[in-house]
Design a protein around this ligand. Sequence first.
Ligand code: SF4
Ligand code: SF4
Length: 85
Amino acid sequence: MNVRIRGTVRIDTEACKGCELCIEACKPEVLEMTSTSTNTRGYRYPELLPGCTGCRACADVCPDFCFQVYRFDEPRTWSPEEGLR
Ligand code: SF4
Ligand code: SF4
């Protein structure tokens, strides 16, 4: 399984309040809330799965400015065997 990746995000998990708006906004469905881990304030927070497009929808919707989005100059490929290439 190869996944095309056009960008990535840095998430300020401590600023997250667990509202899940970013999960719904992410069209490629590559954001997933933690199931057991919480930040120090007790909120679950999103984690990034392979396949980010760098579209910025998560950053635009997050009320707490948790996302920094980076778009790659050239698309990259991720696979479970080789990681990010
Ligand atoms: S930049 Fe777009 S694709 Fe990447 S995590 Fe945010 S909403 Fe999802
Ligand atoms: S939109 Fe922001 S505050 Fe809400 S769950 Fe996502 S990262 Fe957390």
